[in-house]
Structures are given as structure tokens and as C-alpha cells.
Design a protein around this ligand. Structure first.
Ligand code: FES
Length: 63
């Protein structure tokens, strides 16, 4: 699924940069460009970050 139409960035791309350490919307933008134009996708980026943090806590990692 494309999450950033402006930059053509997929959810998979965002999850990949998150796995490589991008832990904030700004870091995701730097890493893959998502959120760097109109900003309409920033809510989706925040949701993906929250889901990632929830999954990490569920797996026993500290937030
Ligand atoms: S949809 Fe991502 S910056 Fe516009």
C-alpha cells in the first residue's frame, strides 16, 4: 500500500526504514522521503510508528 503519494513511498518502505532505526516522522522523511512534501501522510507515518512501538512493547522490548 502506498502511504505517501507525493513521494511514492509504500508501507513496506516505511517499515524497512523504521527497522533500520528511523523512530520519528522526521527520521522517516530523511530516510525515505515520506512526509517531505504536502504532509498529508504524516498521520499514517505516526500510526505506523505507534503500531511499531506497541509491537515492540508486546514483544517485551522497552519503549
Ligand atoms: S502524501 Fe506524503 S508528503 Fe504528500
Amino acid at each position: 500500500m502506498i502511504v505517501c503519494l507525493c513521494r511514492g513511498v509504500s508501507e513496506r518502505d516505511v517499515l524497512r526504514v523504521m527497522a533500520m532505526g528511523a523512530g520519528t516522522p522526521d527520521a522517516i522523511t530523511v530516510a525515505c522521503g515520506a512526509g517531505g512534501d504536502c504532509g498529508a501522510c504524516t498521520v499514517l507515518l505516526a500510526d505506523l510508528l505507534a503500531e511499531g512501538e506497541a509491537a515492540a512493547v508486546g514483544a517485551g522490548a522497552r519503549p
